[in-house]
Design a protein around this ligand. Structure first.
Ligand code: SF4
Ligand code: SF4
Length: 375
């Protein structure tokens, strides 16, 4: 195993930086053989585009897909959002279908044919169900570097959860996030990880934190090594990220080496979120209740709670501050959600993308909820 990690600044174009970053760890030729199917796993966790720091930049996906083709492989995009978001809405808002159509990339996101795979030395998961096509598949992991309310940080290792069906995603929250991530990483082994650390997220990630412009691409063939370096980039010692620590204890590792930008020249300190034991317990309980709820009502319990408008991250219009300019209406990808006359929000239809919040220049739109951005 190669424990080499490259850090590359985006100076001219994202394309230049991605290509250089991959070359520094051996080049795409060292991974892709003629005729290979290569599964690209970006982060499309929520309907919030890459400029918000939440999802992977399409330009990175495009460049990696072209590099795969240059080496004779076929790129296939595979990704699903978090279970509290409606899959098709997320793809629509992000523009995934337009992107794959324009660049002729096959896109998969269904879980019809699953395979139960044993987890070697699994701590909390003795087996996991994965899409059959991913068994022994070559995966290129394209995560976003962010802080995370439950896991402290999300990068390569945590990004793999998006490859699993909802039942397994739910298990991660019920059995314990850290041990589950470490277990999943014993089954799925990306051949390359290329991190979007261009616009990142600090604070209440992975969805509602605050943007940080780092302008970096971080790459490596060993996903855990990449995560260790990324945690150091955001000034979070990797030993403080329990899932990395757990995984590291199980897998014997050699010496980590960094090429490209020197770590000591990157001087950033991300706000690491802290949530109470009550918050973590509530998250666990809602996922336990979801097992039955989703079977009876064909909707996830969290989606139902958020649609009430009383729980979860939701926008709210402050009547006294609203000048009825309509900018929020223009930014909203869903019709019939905002009413700027009555200043009401129809939480049943709101997909919680917060485009309205970003568009309002009057500070008349605020965000309610335990996880939310700081303006
Ligand atoms: S953008 Fe802000 S000020 Fe303008 S209508 Fe919407 S809430 Fe009111
Ligand atoms: S109201 Fe705001 S958060 Fe809800 S869908 Fe519209 S833009 Fe997104």
């Amino acid at each position: 195993m190669d424990y080499l990690v490259s850090i590359t600044k985006v100076e001219r174009t994202i394309e230049d930086a991605v290509i250089k970053s991959i070359q520094l760890v051996g080049g795409m030729e060292s991974i892709v053989n003629k005729g290979d199917k290569i599964y690209l796993k970006p982060n499309f966790v929520a309907p919030r585009d890459s400029s918000t720091g939440v999802t992977t930049d399409f330009e990175i996906i495009r460049v990696v897909a072209e590099e795969v083709r240059r080496c004779g492989g076929t790129p296939i995009l595979f990704e699903t959002p978090a279970i509290e978001f409606e899959k098709e809405r997320v793809y629509d808002v992000l523009g995934v279908y337009d992107f794959v159509h324009k660049h002729q990339i096959l896109f998969l996101n269904d879980f019809e044919d699953l395979l139960k795979v044993p987890v070697p030395k699994g701590k909390v998961l003795k087996s996991i169900k994965i899409p059959r096509i991913l068994q022994n598949a070559k995966i290129i992991n394209l995560p976003k570097l962010k802080t995370h309310v439950s896991a402290k940080m999300t990068c390569g290792m945590k990004n793999l959860i998006g490859l699993l069906p909802d039942s397994e995603k739910r298990k991660v929250h019920i059995r314990g996030v850290h041990a589950s991530i470490a277990d999943i990483c014993k089954v799925l082994h990306p051949v390359l990880t290329v991190v979007d650390a261009i616009t990142c997220l600090e604070g209440d990630g992975p969805t509602y934190g605050d943007q940080v412009d780092l302008g970096l691409i971080v790459s490596g063939k060993d996903m855990a090594s990449v995560d260790k370096i990324c945690s150091q980039i955001i000034s979070l010692p990797w030993e403080a990220v329990k899932y990395i620590r757990l995984y590291n204890a199980d897998i014997k590792r050699g010496q980590l080496r960094v090429v490209g930008e020197a770590l000591e020249n990157i001087n950033v300190r991300f706000k690491i979120p802290y949530k109470s034991a009550f918050y973590h317990m509530s998250t666990r309980i809602t996922h336990i209740l979801d097992v039955l709820f989703s079977r009876i009502f064909y909707q996830h319990f969290n989606q139902f709670l958020y649609s009430t408008g009383y729980i979860g991250t939701n926008p709210k219009i402050i009547k006294d501050k609203c000048n009825k300019c309509g900018d929020c209406l223009e930014a909203c990808p869903v019709g019939g959600v905002l009413n700027i006359v009555t200043c009401e929000v129809n939480y049943n239809n709101c997909i919680r993308c917060l485009n309205c919040y970003s568009a309002c220049g009057q500070q008349a739109l605020i965000v309610k909820g335990v996880s939310r951005p700081e303006r």
